[in-house]
Design a protein. Sequence first.
Length: 172
Amino acid sequence: MKLAIFDYLGTINPDSVGAVMHARLWQAQPGLLEAIAQLYHSGWLVAQAVNQPGLGRGSLEIYELLHLQQHVQRRLGQTGARMDAFFFCPHASEQACQCRKPQPGLLQQIAQRYGALATEIWVIGQDLSHLQAGHALGAHLVYVGTDAAQAHPQAQRFASWQSMAQALAALA
């Protein structure tokens, strides 16, 4: 089994980093949907794990988050792929839970759902806290981008979603 766990799947809100916005404004990063599709079609399970502190603070309603996720699924469906699971931490940072990344709890929940060992999991993204959670889990770490300050020192680095997908699809 190969399990890819992504963080945010696009530009959520360029003016307010990390904020969920209306689905019609959501844009995937160039090449991201195709990269997920390539992994999916190569036999990978694909999941998403995100912190959503707006739920805990009351500034985000669950229906807004789920509407956006349905939009992402529809967009992936246009490539013939899908997200196998969507996990989120609803807590604000001051609630000190174990599921808020960089804690590994959210990733542990995904691993348990699929019966996956840490050696079967690739934590993929551009957010340092996402990669730190993967490191705490003992998973493989994959950073996509060029900002070395956001990359975990033990992460494999890829400049583009396409190069990442080509490399990982070959592992399936």
